[in-house]
Design a protein around this ligand. Structure first.
Ligand code: PEP
Ligand code: MG
Length: 324
């Protein structure tokens, strides 16, 4: 499939209306790195650092992590890599950390909640990232931030790690971008100042959708019940995008839906200009985006909403059939 879209690799995902959508890839394992070249990704929009923890039988050491992150940055050759700090808990369980017996792990003690309450591993990881950057740019994002204060506390951990490195006389990153993943509806309604303080927002659509519809992403019985293109969810995304625009906060979408062509088209029509997806999706999504006028797609979405369609999928699919 990659070969089919090889001729698009160096071309931008520029739609007929002129809008350019930046397409990034999701990664987490060393095996993903060759895709940086083959997929035509602009960078890594989501590097899931927990995968390196999940494939080991014991806690990795700081030096080991630092070497690994440096290899990722080397492979990226100056392209941006958004390192997502450890997202453990919920569906991701480490055998070497005391298992938590929680009634509902997806809404439990996970991700940044663990990182802030037991900061040892987070601090080690932040230091490893700073050392790996070694004078290069560094982009870090925190998973599952539900409120402003959590972002502030996580950023304070980062600032402390920077200060420790500075005192030790180690080289600091040339420039630092610190973002939050928006995976709970609550964060979309955070005070304005959150949008000003955060360097960027990355929408974790997999979790965001499960909490928006209260439908467990792991439960086969309900997980497909609610369409991502449901007008309620799209309207929510649209309002979030508007808030980001109002504050000039860069925003991207990195859940699995970003790699699904109809979803990607809808997100772009609603104003998202950055999507991160599995590498194999970049070609097909770019191919489709380049053939469309997003202003027309927006009209199709608005008409579907006015009619009271539950989802805009049918309307967009019908429109696409007339175009491609
Ligand atoms: C998400 O929730 O959309 C996301 C990108 O993170 P993960 O799938 O790793 O939970
Ligand atoms: Mg998530």
């Amino acid at each position: 499939a990659q070969a089919r879209y090889a001729n698009l690799r160096e071309l931008p995902a520029q739609a007929k209306c002129g809008s350019v959508i930046d397409l990034h890839m999701n990664a987490g394992l060393m095996a993903d790195l060759p895709s940086l070249e083959s997929s035509g990704a602009e960078g890594v929009g989501l590097f899931r650092t927990e995968l390196q923890f999940l494939i080991r039988s014991q806690m990795p050491k700081r030096a080991e992590l630092s070497a690994l992150y440096a290899r990722v940055m080397d492979a990226a050759k100056g392209r941006r890599v958004a390192f997502r700090t450890l997202d453990i808990g919920s569906d991701k369980v480490l055998t070497y950390m005391k298992p938590n017996d929680e009634p509902n792990p997806a809404m439990g003690w996970r991700a940044i909640r663990v990182g802030l309450e037991k900061p040892g591993v987070l601090r080690m990881q932040l230091q490893a990232l700073i050392r790996a950057a070694n004078g290069r740019s560094l982009t870090v994002m925190f998973p599952f931030v539900a409120q402003l204060e959590e972002f502030r506390m996580a950023r304070a951990e980062f600032d402390k790690a920077m200060e420790r490195e500075r005192i030790l006389g180690h080289p600091l990153p040339a420039d630092v971008q610190i973002g939050a993943m928006l995976e709970t509806p609550s964060l979309a309604f955070a005070p304005d100042i959150f949008f000003q303080e955060v360097d960027f927002i990355s929408i974790g659509g997999n979790d965001l959708k499960q909490f928006f519809f209260a439908a467990d992403r792991e439960n086969e019985r309900v997980r497909r019940r609610y369409d991502t293109l449901n007008v309620s969810f799209l309207t929510f995304l649209e309002q979030l995008i508007a808030r980001c625009k109002a504050h000039n906060t860069p925003v991207s979408f990195c859940g699995e839906d970003a790699g699904r062509p109809i979803e990607a088209v809808a997100f772009a029509a609603l104003g998202l200009r950055s999507l991160s997806m599995r590498p194999a999706s970049i070609g097909p999504v770019k191919h489709l985006l380049r053939r469309l006028n997003l202003d027309e797609v927006k009209v199709v979405i608005d008409e579907a909403r006015r009619r009271g369609d539950q989802s805009v999928r049918g309307a967009i699919s019908d429109y696409l059939r007339t175009q491609v």
